[in-house]
Design a protein around this ligand. Structure first.
Ligand code: DON
Length: 560
């Protein structure tokens, strides 16, 4: 793709933005298709929000395990010096009830909130992208939808990891619920073969032509509602028509000489990331800084994690339904008090409650900076990989299993081992608590870092550690995403989950302290970091992501 020098300069001249312009743009995306499309949008004069919208729809086609129109997410935008947080999280349908996942004895029915039609909240993605476009988009909506329509109609070459993932999932969910029809739609994916999705293409065309009415009303809404009726699901046409994406105040906190901007409730992510960073600093004020990924470092951050997750379980939920005490949780005195309770010599005791452990997981994140220094940090999900395993027949897209992020019963953990109570119980039209933590770090009003990851509750650890890796330990973007990470969330008791690659001495020392180690990969960080005035971008090597820095020359001449 080419744009002329003249049109580029003209566009630059009329832009109202006067940042110390990096004259660079960057993308860190979870697959190559979204990276290509986002880069093309930026190179042809689109801003970061335009690129994000186009990429989000592409991911609904090429990354079916997490990219979606049948799910939801959060978009954080830094634009013209202001911060905006868009909540397009799914919502419980009107017929949802607090005890809908319990049997007659009051026990949680296994898998009911994870597979099949009852697992899905009302999707928020299309409304979210529309809101983002209304407020910040510069390119025509239809132009931004075009790449996704094309990839769905003409097909894309399936990668080996995707083909294997889909085949494994098809086997795993077989017979889990009568409405699970995953294999019929995605069972045919073969590595290296072109995969076409004609029903999805038709749905995307309706969205392209009609905006949100192409999804929440009219033909698509009718298809969804009648599919639900046939399968004893809950989502109705009225639920779809009632869905709204919401602009909320992001979490904004001063941290060192920077500002951390992140996701507000109904995500727990921003509060958790900020609490983690601030308690870490409090602990450092009174103690020597432990070496990166040493046992002392992991223990300190695990001690913080216990407090963060105890607060998450008690206080966090949808702020439209529950008064989340945001300022109290982030107040300096409170952080100081909690940091004062950290025990740096031994593990603080944890009372006993049944934990749950993740089986498989997926969500996806991307980070974008445009040539004007605007940024988008966007995390989107259908919850676990391939969501509920249910494809809306006739509309060709997968539905989420986000209802599992509610607390089905106090004291019973969800699939990520997260606990909750009243704050996060199921109620009609309520949004389930999330850990998604799209985050932007600013210094002097300009972007220092854009970060985010999938991984359920581990998202929070991936994000705060990516910030420490970049800021505290000066790593470049690739090191930031690939350095082994770890996660502790209070429950399961004294378990530290960690990536391979931790030193043997670190592991031995932690075990001597009484930790149980659970070596398992997690996350798929997509980060952009500003280093000495230059952008540096990276995708975690274990995933399918692609990151690019587009230079002035690339923007002019195209380096695609
Ligand atoms: O909103 C949340 O916190 C979860 N539904 C995210 C799921 C997730 O990250 C799964 N992935 N790896």
């Amino acid at each position: 793709m080419r744009i002329t020098v003249f049109s580029f300069l003209l566009f630059f001249a009329v832009s109202s933005v006067s940042l110390a312009a990096p004259r660079q743009a960057a993308v860190a995306m979870p697959d190559r298709f979204s990276a290509e499309v986002a880069s093309e949008v930026l190179a042809s004069g689109g801003n970061a929000v335009d690129a994000a919208i186009a990429a989000q729809f592409v991911l609904a086609v090429t990354l079916p395990e997490a990219g979606n129109i049948g799910g939801g997410g959060f978009m954080l935008v830094h634009k013209d010096g202001e911060q905006y947080f868009l909540d397009y999280r799914e919502m419980a349908p009107a017929a949802a009830r607090r005890d809908m996942y319990l049997d007659e004895e009051g026990n949680v029915i296994p898998d009911l909130s994870l597979y099949g039609v009852l697992a899905s909240g009302v999707p928020g993605t299309v409304a979210g992208m529309w809101q983002a476009h209304q407020r910040h988009g510069t390119k025509p909506w239809a132009e931004l939808l075009a790449p996704a329509v094309k990839l769905a109609a003409q097909g894309f070459a399936v990668s080996a990891p995707l083909a294997h993932y889909a085949a494994d999932f098809a086997q795993e969910v077989e017979g889990k619920h009568p409405s699970v029809n995953f294999a019929r739609y995605f069972g045919a994916m073969q590595a290296g073969e072109i995969f076409r999705q004609p029903e999805l293409a038709a749905t995307l065309r309706r969205i392209r032509d009609l905006g949100p009415d192409g999804f929440y009303r009219g033909e698509t809404a009718k298809i969804i509602a009648s599919f639900m009726r046939e399968n004893r699901g809950l989502i109705t046409e009225a639920d779809l028509a009632a869905y709204e994406a919401k602009w909320r105040d992001p979490i904004v906190a001063d941290w060192r000489d920077m500002q951390v901007v992140s996701a507000a409730p109904p995500s727990s992510g921003g509060i958790a990331v900020v609490q983690w960073l601030k308690m870490y600093d409090r602990a450092l004020a009174a103690n020597d800084q432990p070496a990166h990924n040493s046992a002392d470092y992991l223990h300190l951050l695990a001690e913080v994690g216990k407090r963060v997750f105890a607060d998450r379980a008690e206080y966090l939920g949808d702020p439209d339904f529950y008064p989340v005490p945001i300022s109290e949780l982030l107040a300096d005195e409170y952080i100081a008090k909690r940091a004062g309770e950290l025990n740096l010599a031994a593990i603080s005791p944890t009372p006993a409650i049944q934990p749950g452990l993740p089986e498989s997981e997926e969500t996806t994140h991307f980070s974008i900076v445009d040539q004007w220094g605007n940024a988008v940090s966007n995390t989107t999900t259908i919850n676990l990989g391939f969501g509920s395993g249910v494809v809306v027949e006739g509309a060709g897209f997968l539905l989420n299993d986000e209802m599992d992020d509610f607390s089905a019963k106090p004291g019973v953990a969800n699939v990520f081992g997260a606990l909750g109570g009243e704050a996060n119980e199921v109620q009609p039209f309520k949004r389930m608590l999330s850990s998604m933590s799209p985050t932007i770090v600013l210094r002097d009003g300009t972007v220092k870092m854009v970060t985010g990851s999938p991984g359920g509750t581990t998202i929070i650890s991936s994000v705060y550690q990516s910030i420490l890796n970049a800021v505290e330990f000066g790593m470049d973007a690739q090191q930031v995403v690939d350095t082994p990470r770890f996660h502790h969330q209070l429950w399961p008791r004294d378990v530290i989950r960690h990536h391979g690659g931790l030193d043997a001495s670190t592991r031995e020392k932690l075990q001597e302290m009484g930790y149980k180690l659970d070596r398992r990969g997690f996350g798929d960080l997509q980060v952009i970091v500003e280093r000495d005035g230059q952008l540096d971008a990276a995708s975690q090597s274990s995933g399918r992501g692609t990151a690019r820095v587009l230079t002035m020359e690339c923007l002019l001449e195209s380096c695609m």
